[in-house]
Design a protein around this ligand. Sequence first.
Ligand SMILES: *[C@@H]1O[C@H](CO)[C@@H](O)[C@H](O)[C@H]1NC(C)=O
Ligand SMILES: *[C@@H]1O[C@H](CO)[C@@H](O)[C@H](O)[C@H]1NC(C)=O
Ligand SMILES: *[C@@H]1O[C@H](CO)[C@@H](O)[C@H](O)[C@H]1NC(C)=O
Ligand SMILES: *[C@@H]1O[C@H](CO)[C@@H](O)[C@H](O)[C@H]1NC(C)=O
Ligand SMILES: *[C@@H]1O[C@H](CO)[C@@H](O)[C@H](O)[C@H]1NC(C)=O
Ligand SMILES: *[C@@H]1O[C@H](CO)[C@@H](O)[C@H](O)[C@H]1NC(C)=O
Length: 395
Amino acid sequence: MRRCRGDKDDSDKLVGLLRLAQIVSFLVVFVAGVVIGLTTSSHINRHFNSHTDVYTLINRVSNSIPGVKEENCTIVQGCEVDCFSVERFLNPNQKNLTHSLSDDELFWRASFVPIKREHPYHRVPKVAFMFLTRGPLPMLPLWERFFKGHEDLFSIYVHAPPGYKLNVTNSSVFYARHIPSQAVSWGTVSLADAERRLLANALLDFSNERFVLLSESCIPVYNFPTVYKYLTESDYSFVESYDDPSRYGRGRYSRRMLPDIQLKQWRKGSQWFELNRDLAVYIVSDTKYYNLFRKYCKPACYPDEHYIPTFLNMFYSELNSNRTVTWVDWSMGGPHPATYGEADITDSFIQSIRNNGTLCPYNSGITSVCYLFARKFAPSALEPLLKLSSTVMEF
Ligand SMILES: *[C@@H]1O[C@H](CO)[C@@H](O)[C@H](O)[C@H]1NC(C)=O
Ligand SMILES: *[C@@H]1O[C@H](CO)[C@@H](O)[C@H](O)[C@H]1NC(C)=O
Ligand SMILES: *[C@@H]1O[C@H](CO)[C@@H](O)[C@H](O)[C@H]1NC(C)=O
Ligand SMILES: *[C@@H]1O[C@H](CO)[C@@H](O)[C@H](O)[C@H]1NC(C)=O
Ligand SMILES: *[C@@H]1O[C@H](CO)[C@@H](O)[C@H](O)[C@H]1NC(C)=O
Ligand SMILES: *[C@@H]1O[C@H](CO)[C@@H](O)[C@H](O)[C@H]1NC(C)=O
């Protein structure tokens, strides 16, 4: 498809074309009137020659105004846009992720699933890396190094506070990857809304096959090819989902969710999920169960820790591994996990996250690779991590 530049005059040109279209339609109505008049008259033969002249004129005029029938597509100077091209359908907003859909409109559109399994284009499955941030992304240089050279195999989405812009140049893979966002208040349903908004925006790209939710304090602990293969070849999604009998698990269940959600179906899990495309579609398409969480899961119940684990457990548990691929250290106790800074970053620490001797189920077998990502890392950890990324993490 042709790439076109210089859209400054687009609107002027569009107005011009619309005027021309108006003139042409008047002309067509006028000519039609003349033709009807002539054909019903008894002097057809006498006027036959001027009749064909008029048709020639109409053809000439319509050929000179290409694209008029696509009046509401962007008409880029010097070329005509085909609104119905597959490329345009697959890639509606090429420059950035801006759109004016409301959440309801977005979730509806994101829920579209083609029935036909074969694609009329070469589809390379991509992994969508979805960053839910409260502002800056301190680990950005590490992520850029991780992504380098694999541009065709991933897409990035950033949900930052409204108005916040990452300070990156147009050469960064994070450039223009903000989705239209809304304010998030931690612990409330707005956090789960933001997760669904990220999923829905990422679903608009039909190439995205796996969906990983990450925070600003997450790092990758394996290189891109390992992560890509691990996720795209997995039969299961990686959403932590377990039954916690304590007040921090079952204690957060509300009987007002009955009869739709029962206590025995209630699950807990880390918010940092990894989903395949089918599950992502089911989650953005659900209204019924989400509304129950919106109404009845309020602090000390946190929708981000219960909604997806419970929903998947109720309907799609056979598709979930029930474990997470994002490592975190809860060993200190308390409501927040440990945060690692500069002094903590050593070869052996990162090696112990990559492989601590534990084996994890993977498809029908087992693997020593249990975690692909880790949290939480303070901004001060960046420099030491960059120093050992090539030797320990192999990127
Ligand atoms: C084009 O867009 C305008 C304004 O959004 C709308 O009024 C008009 O009906 C649209 N025309 C077509 C052919 O869709
Ligand atoms: C996104 O691109 C559109 C044109 O495709 C432009 O009008 C808009 O200003 C851009 N938004 C941002 C935030 O860059
Ligand atoms: C953006 O980044 C550049 C280069 O990294 C830096 O010089 C500049 O101060 C940053 N701007 C802001 C507003 O942080
Ligand atoms: C990136 O930005 C630079 C300077 O701001 C500009 O010269 C260049 O054309 C831009 N490149 C692209 C691909 O937009
Ligand atoms: C995940 O847990 C559910 C029960 O909570 C179980 O039915 C399902 O088989 C588990 N998934 C795997 C892959 O073991
Ligand atoms: C390895 O990690 C798992 C999961 O975090 C933990 O349960 C296990 O105790 C660890 N094993 C060792 C030897 O540290």
